[in-house]
Design a protein around this ligand. Structure first.
Ligand code: NAD
Length: 424
């Protein structure tokens, strides 16, 4: 049967088109010529693999997996692997391009990639997930490599899957190659500071933006959507800097306390409650979506894509949005936020702390030397601050939003590198 691209969900913006509409505006600002435009708009490689896996009951199930390399102009491509039933090629393409721009914004020498497998890891045993991860690695062994394409965790995957991927790749090479993947367990060459890195970058860019907006972080009212890795670390670190986190949410709903939520208590509760905030007593439960339209200084969407859309952007009251998640604001909502004078630190800048420390993991693996947690955070903080300042300066130079400025910085860097490297 011919491959049929799944249709985007009705009323939901197509993630690739959403990314491309920002890319187009930035390309126009830069006066990008047609040759470079055409090179940068399409992924260099898209691979679809079918993976027959023996399930625990002896049956064989065939899973479809993807790996898209959007660009390898700045260096080996880098990007996570997502295990989810909603994975589809257009989404993987959009996320791969996002990785290209993200790495370029923070000036690390990587191109962008992304991968995924259509599966529901929650309904699979560890053995089934391991076989699937090893089969996927085996099918892509020619694509992956520390100097070619470096995977990492994304939704539905973590250090466990990265350890299997590293092991399977290493077996194929006949030697241990730990730099082929980042987000590994510490004992296999993972980096100190990686767990909190994305939330930490959110905190650093939020503070830098607050300074520009003259918002005193001390007692600034903050709400965080999503209380997983990124959201709970961003909330913890912003609270540590004096902010009052008045609302947090997860899939179970939102929790509001006007005097500020005790984030450590919320984390302790979540950890003891199977990862959920359901029943948390330190705040009043409100509808999940209501968190987005609270009267706030700073809103941190750190859950999923497409949560600030044309349907609710005009009701957002925060002065500043700092995008911990990938793609939380739809392209069509950008204009509404701009009209309201709301500053948005875009995903490709705000959540780039994660890939920055992944890069440090790769550097440490190749050096064969481990950095201290303090060295990791000092270096990543500096990269995030420099990137914010560069994007802010560009936004003033071109008189555009921080989002378009971030795309301008990224596209300009990749386009210049492409010109120097030459072509066929
Ligand atoms: P995670 O799985 O650890 O946490 C996700 C959280 O979002 C959970 O608390 C979940 O309950 C919550 N959530 C899901 N749907 C929700 C909804 N409709 N409303 C409110 N909460 C909801 O994931 P994560 O690693 O924290 O990633 C979150 C986002 O950040 C994703 O968009 C991811 O792509 C992006 N991101 C993550 C990293 C990283 O290093 N982990 C790096 C860059 C970007």
């Amino acid at each position: 049967m011919a491959y049929i691209e799944p249709a985007p969900i009705k009323d939901k913006e197509n993630p690739f088109e959403s990314m491309m509409s920002r890319f187009d505006i930035a390309a126009k600002c830069l006066g990008l010529d047609d040759e470079v435009y055409n090179v940068l708009k399409s992924p260099v490689k898209q691979v679809i693999v079918n993976l027959p896996i023996t399930m625990d009951d002896g049956s064989v199930q065939v899973f479809e997996g993807y790996r898209v390399i959007h660009s390898n102009i700045l260096g080996p491509s880098k990007g996570g692997i997502r295990y989810d039933m909603d994975v589809h090629l257009d989404e993987v393409k959009a996320l791969a391009a996002w990785m290209t721009w993200k790495c370029a914004v923070v000036d690390i020498p990587y191109g962008g990639a992304k991968g995924g497998i259509i599966c529901n890891p929650r309904n699979m045993s560890p053995g089934e997930i391991e076989r699937l991860t090893r089969a996927y690695t085996g099918a892509l062994v020619e694509i992956f490599g520390p100097d070619r394409d470096i995977p990492a965790p994304d939704m539905g995957t973590g250090p466990r899957e990265m350890a299997w991927l590293m092991d399977e790749y290493s077996r194929a090479q006949g030697m241990t190659v730990n730099a082929v993947v980042t987000g590994k367990p510490l004992v296999l060459g993972g980096s100190l500071g990686r767990t909190e890195a994305t939330g930490r970058g959110v905190m650093i860019t939020a503070l830098a933006a607050m300074e520009k907006l003259k918002i005193n972080p001390y007692h600034a009212k903050v709400a965080v959507q999503g209380f997983g890795n990124v959201g709970s670390w961003a909330a913890t670190l912003l609270e540590e800097r004096g902010a009052s986190v008045v609302a947090v949410s997860d899939i179970s709903g939102a929790y509001y306390n006007d005097s500020g939520i005790d984030i450590n208590k919320a984390i302790e509760y979540r950890n003891a409650n199977n990862g959920s905030l359901e029943g948390f007593k330190g705040a009043e439960k409100i509808a999940g979506d209501d968190l987005l339209t609270l009267d706030l200084d700073v809103l941190v969407p750190a859950a999923k894509e497409d949560v600030i859309t044309v349907h609710n952007a005009d009701q957002v009251k925060a002065k500043l949005i700092v995008e911990g998640a990938n793609g939380p604001t739809s392209a069509k909502a950008d204009a509404l936020l701009n009209d309201k004078g709301i500053m948005a630190v875009p995903d490709i800048l705000a959540n780039a702390g994660g890939v920055t420390v992944s890069y440090f993991e790769w550097v440490q693996n190749r050096l064969g030397y481990k950095w201290t947690a303090d060295r990791v955070s000092r270096r990543s903080d500096r990269i995030m601050k420099d990137a914010f300042n560069n994007v802010f300066k560009t936004s003033q130079e071109y008189n555009v939003s921080l989002r378009i400025a971030a795309y301008i910085v990224a596209i300009d860097k990749v386009a210049k590198t492409y010109k120097f490297r030459g072509r066929f």
